[in-house]
Design a protein around this ligand. Structure first.
Ligand SMILES: NC(=O)c1ccc[n+]([C@@H]2O[C@H](COP(=O)([O-])OP(=O)(O)OC[C@H]3O[C@@H](n4cnc5c(N)ncnc54)[C@H](O)[C@@H]3O)[C@@H](O)[C@H]2O)c1
Length: 272
């Protein structure tokens, strides 16, 4: 149900690949709540994904950008302000990729060039998009910038390998840039730490089904879906959360504060 929470607001959504992508759901919800948006993704993802379908549904322009390229980001942000007819009120960073995970490298056998790529794509790009937006003076006061994170930033999930460091860096950037952008322009910066979610990026991780089911069992409310993540993101883009900044916000059905559940205790007790 729509509440016009983003009526008259303008924003950029990074990272919608297909209908399972979290960014895809956020784009649809943002549109439903009255926002005007620009969609962006890396040129290769634009060729392989289905973003054109989403653009038609959202009446949105697509502007390609490799999120690691300052040149692409500068072009994207300048053009978005032009196309949308004014400064931006929100940006979603929904980007993650590890060449080490893609090539099934274990944590003891990481390729360091790929490690740097993981950090650049999945974390530094968050800093880059904010630095460009600041330099272009592209954000409105009380604008809101959200990045998507995962609890492997704090706890160990072995198959998540170098993405754990990327997420820790992403959350740290949210605090440091949140401080800077808050002082400069009253812009808010937060990360949402989302439950395991069935998407292309999620399912690329070895053993994903096991930790999806584990988290679902342990969380009193069960895993949060991509649609629920979109709802939560909309609240952060809205004016109802104007004093929330520099936070890593767990959106995980309670998983992050659990030790063990009755169901898992029972499973363990039956194990001889
Ligand atoms: N799926 C999960 O279980 C889960 C859980 C917590 C957090 N997250 C995070 O949510 C975010 C979105 O992932 P998703 O699960 O929707 O998967 P997804 O695969 O649909 O989205 C990842 C996106 O990153 C984009 N991308 C990769 N390299 C890029 C580059 N150089 N420039 C621009 N874009 C680039 C991809 O094209 C893709 O659209 C990621 O940050 C991911 O780590 C996912």
């Amino acid at each position: 149900m729509a509440h016009n929470l983003l009526q008259g607001k303008r924003g950029i959504i990074f990272g919608a690949l297909d209908e399972n992508s979290i960014a895809w759901k956020v784009a649809l919800r943002a549109k439903e709540e009255g926002a005007s948006i620009v969609l962006t993704n890396a040129p290769i993802a634009l060729r392989m994904g289905k973003i054109k379908e989403l653009a038609d549904l959202c009446n949105a322009e697509i502007i390609p950008a490799d999120a690691t390229s300052i040149e692409d980001l500068t072009n994207l942000i300048n053009k978005s302000v032009e196309v949308l007819g004014g400064k931006l009120d929100f940006m979603l960073h929904s980007i993650g990729m590890s060449p080490n995970i893609r090539n099934e490298k274990s944590y003891g056998d990481l390729n360091y060039d790929w490690f740097l790529k993981t950090l650049d794509i999945s974390a530094l790009s968050f800093h880059k998009m904010m630095q460009v937006a600041e330099k272009q003076d592209a954000m409105n006061e009380y604008g809101s910038i959200v990045g998507l994170s995962y609890i492997a930033a704090q706890r160990v999930f072995p198959h998540y390998t170098d993405m754990a460091q990327a997420k820790a860096t992403l959350e740290s950037i949210a605090r440091s840039y949140g401080h800077r952008f808050g002082k400069l322009k009253k812009v808010r910066v937060n990360t949402i730490s989302q439950s395991p979610t069935m998407t292309t990026a999620g399912q690329g991780i070895d053993g994903f089904d096991a930790f999806y089911n584990f988290a679902d069992q342990l969380s009193p409310l069960g895993n949060a879906s991509a649609d629920e993540c979109a709802d939560y993101t909309i609240t952060l883009f809205s004016d109802l959360t104007r004093k929330v900044t520099m936070q890593n916000l767990f959106h995980d059905g309670g998983f992050s504060y659990m030790g063990i559940s009755e169901e898992l205790m029972e499973m363990m007790a039956n194990k001889k």
